[in-house]
Design a protein around this ligand. Structure first.
Ligand SMILES: Cc1cc2nc3c(=O)[nH]c(=O)nc-3n(C[C@H](O)[C@H](O)[C@H](O)COP(=O)(O)O)c2cc1C
Length: 308
């Protein structure tokens, strides 16, 4: 399927179901987050449905088989479909923050060759200290090292590198990450991960659920994710590929992100609520949106709102 809409990270953590997801119509599948060492994640229960809010709270904590096992699975894969595979990497929980760079570099060396694009995830709220890596002083050496490791490992092509950011960053920090990404020659930014805020919730989800620790995703995240995307596009324009994620439910939501500057759009939570044909509905709705618009191609529509 060709379209701008893909499956966000966290659904297929170990690259076990890429073809299945492609069959459901996802243009791309971002696997992971994968860490250098295998780890079990947080104790269960760790995922909660806030049905009335069309939202989830999760504190999975990067449960995954580790980058060696995931690399082996990707290497053995005989794709039935031509799907773009993004590989999202993060820090092993037991590795101290001071050794984070080496942990990401290990995963990069193992996985970059299997990635159509690589994502440095510094925005999950469920690994203690991870989001500190979004500070430019930490992010600069991290992204530089991952870029070098990818270039060292993969010859004959340059693996695109993106960074995934939290919606909880202050606006100035969003700008700072954007400037750094341009300066370092990154390819793009994924905005956003889940939020630790509890804004945008209705009054119907029980407080025992809304009080659960973890990242909130789904409908309540929509406004802030869109706001971050608009801010990024205003800052960097076409110099980076922006990927919009957070609270996408309908083709109209996707269209809104495209007009705001996203080249690609992803979702996760609404897949849980809307079921297996969700992605096809989105792509079909989007085609109708485009046909009814003044734009000949989706590429023309990217950022059109800012240009108007
Ligand atoms: C259960 C669950 C697990 C997730 N795991 C990851 C992850 O491992 N890495 C990551 O970058 N994002 C992860 N995410 C965040 C999603 O990729 C996405 O950024 C976020 O959920 C917002 O999109 P949505 O509102 O469409 O769900 C996870 C989200 C959920 C709900």
């Amino acid at each position: 399927m060709h379209g701008p809409f893909g499956l966000a990270a966290g659904f297929d953590k170990n690259a076990a179901g890429i073809d299945g997801m492609a069959m459901l119509g996802f243009d791309h599948v971002e696997i992971g987050t994968v860490t250098a060492q295998p780890q079990p994640g947080n104790p269960k229960r760790r995922l909660f449905r806030l049905v009335a809010d069309r939202a989830l709270i999760n504190r999975m904590g990067f449960n995954n088989e580790g980058s060696a096992a995931v690399a082996a699975r990707l290497a053995a894969r005989r794709p039935a479909f031509r799907t773009t595979v993004g590989v999202n990497i993060g820090k092993t929980k037991v590795v101290p923050e001071t050794e984070a760079v080496a942990d990401y570099v290990t995963s990069t060396e193992r996985l970059a060759a299997h990635a159509d694009y690589l994502v440095v995830n510094v925005s999950s709220p469920n690994t203690p200290g991870l989001r500190n890596l979004q500070a430019v002083d930490h992010l600069r050496p991290l992204l530089t090292a991952v870029r070098e490791a990818a270039d060292r490992t993969v010859t004959g092509r340059r693996v695109p590198l993106l960074v995934k950011i939290a919606p909880d960053l202050a606006d100035e920090d969003v700008d700072a990450v954007a400037d750094l990404a341009v300066e370092l020659g990154l390819d793009g930014i994924i905005a956003t991960n889940t939020t630790i805020a509890r804004d945008g919730l209705g009054l119907t989800s029980p407080s025992r659920l809304t009080a659960e620790t973890g990242g909130l995703s789904g409908a309540p995240l929509k406004a802030r994710s869109l706001e971050v995307l608009r801010r990024l596009y205003a800052r960097v324009g076409d110099r980076l590929t922006l990927v919009g994620v957070g609270g996408i439910e309908t083709a109209d939501d996707v269209w809104e992100r495209i007009l705001a500057g996203a080249t690609l759009v992803q979702g996760y939570s609404a897949f849980i609520y809307r079921g297996p044909f969700w992605c096809r509905e989105i792509h079909r709705g989007l085609a109708a949106r485009l046909a009814a618009s003044p734009y000949a191609t989706l590429a023309e529509a990217v950022g059109a709102e800012a240009a108007a």
